[in-house]
Design a protein around this ligand. Sequence first.
Ligand code: MN
Length: 335
Amino acid sequence: MITKIILEEKISAVFKLINSANNIVITAHKGPDGDAVGSSLGLYHFLYTLEKKATVVLPDAPSESLNCLPSFDSILTLEKNEEEVKQIISECDLLFCLDFNKLDRLGTLAPLIEGVTCPKILVDHHLNYDNFADVIISHPEIASTSELVFRLICRMGYFSEMNLQTAESICAGMLTDTGGLAYNSNHPEIYTIISELLKKGVDKDALYRKLFNSYSESRMRLMGYFLCEKLTIIPEYQTAIFSFTKEELERFNYKKGDTEGFVNMPLSISGIRCSIFCREDNDKIKISMRSVGDYSVNDLANRTFGGGGHKNAAGAESKLTMKETIEKIIEELGK
Ligand code: MN
């Protein structure tokens, strides 16, 4: 039995909105990860079982490692399908916002979504959401948005109709946001849900291999470079920090998603409680932070560059140079 964490009134509000909608758009944060894509495709396949037309619209392309997910190719991005995306958004009569807490997490898609007048439903697990949706299902204590989508479908009474595509997508999101059930995964009900997904026919082991062990040779060489040449340990702060410039990434034939998971690796060093990764992007430095135990990188991301996320996994963006960005973080660590 799974605890009813989502309020009954929210379940019935979502159910009513789905029933009266005909053109549903599902969106998720930029730089879409396994949970953003898994929750979106999970909901997408579920809505199709209800014979509702739905489209997944993302700001930019997800990592190619997610192309094993059912209907991955149906996803539209503003980056690639601008005209079609604008058209679909202008016609939508219900909007699901998944796996993000603030509209600016949509990047270039934000102004379009902000202009939408139809009802919006937010389903998310990040701290401190902005109040931009008509129905807000926000549960930071839950490990993934995909798990929330599972709970939502069950509570609406459609567990038995859940098909394999929905189950696989949800399972992928639950696996990726917990590093394959390695962190943020102590809640017993996660395993009750995984068990139900297995009964739906999901091959979790195969899915795990496709999600976590399907990288390129150049990604592995980039990893080698990071571990040998780039990793800095600051013992007094029990922190690991590393960075890549654009030039370095290009040298290793960098493709989107290639550095995914790197930031978690230094946490496997005994005594390290915090890991920080800075990556040069077009006009900014993207910062990922991870921690173990009580140390809050949500606070660190917020204090340094106004970012955030979860206690043990957060992100931020810096407009400073790489050197200045790293100096500012180290200075803050010492406070
Ligand atoms: Mn997530």
